[in-house]
Design a protein around this ligand. Structure first.
Ligand SMILES: Nc1nc2c([nH]c(=O)n2[C@H]2C[C@H](O)[C@@H](COP(=O)(O)OP(=O)(O)OP(=O)(O)O)O2)c(=O)[nH]1
Length: 127
């Protein structure tokens, strides 16, 4: 099982979503910024690293919002989504095809990674 971490970042009533690059697995689907935890890394460290690499922002990590396990044909992910706030920087598309800030009402307009569907349902229920 592959450990994946991601961040739920709010700006007022909108949260940030990122579009995966076309050449990667789940290409062009939308996701929460993050990535795979490397060997020996704590989940929080991995998330801080991924956000620096992918968006050039520094994060403050909070509590876990939710975690899910999802089986893709090529890998099984254990995805942990953390509440987080931006401590420094403005998100830049260093790796992603696009970045958007959306409200919960707009979720259905985007095609997300299948592992995120349960998380998005919880987000809708919570708002
Ligand atoms: N970051 C992120 N990945 C997700 C989400 N939902 C979901 O199914 N995934 C999947 C997509 C990928 O198969 C995997 C994350 O791997 P990744 O390719 O983004 O990881 P990485 O940046 O470390 O990249 P690499 O080293 O494999 O190139 O988890 C999500 O909301 N955020």
């Amino acid at each position: 099982m592959t450990e994946v971490v991601a961040a739920l970042i709010w700006d007022q009533d909108k949260f940030m979503i990122c579009q995966r690059p076309a050449h990667k697995a789940r290409g062009l689907l939308w996701e929460f910024v993050g990535g795979k935890v490397e060997p020996g890394e704590a989940k929080e460290q991995a998330l801080i690293r991924e956000c620096q690499e992918e968006l050039a922002i520094r994060l403050d990590i909070g509590e876990v919002f939710m975690d899910v396990i999802h089986e893709y044909p090529d890998l099984t992910v254990h995805l942990t989504l953390f509440h987080a706030t931006i401590q420094e920087g403005i998100p830049q598309k260093l790796e992603h095809a696009d970045i958007r800030w959306i409200s919960v009402d707009e979720i259905d307009q985007y095609a997300f990674c299948p592992a995120d569907v349960e998380i998005l349902r919880k987000l809708k229920d919570a708002c």
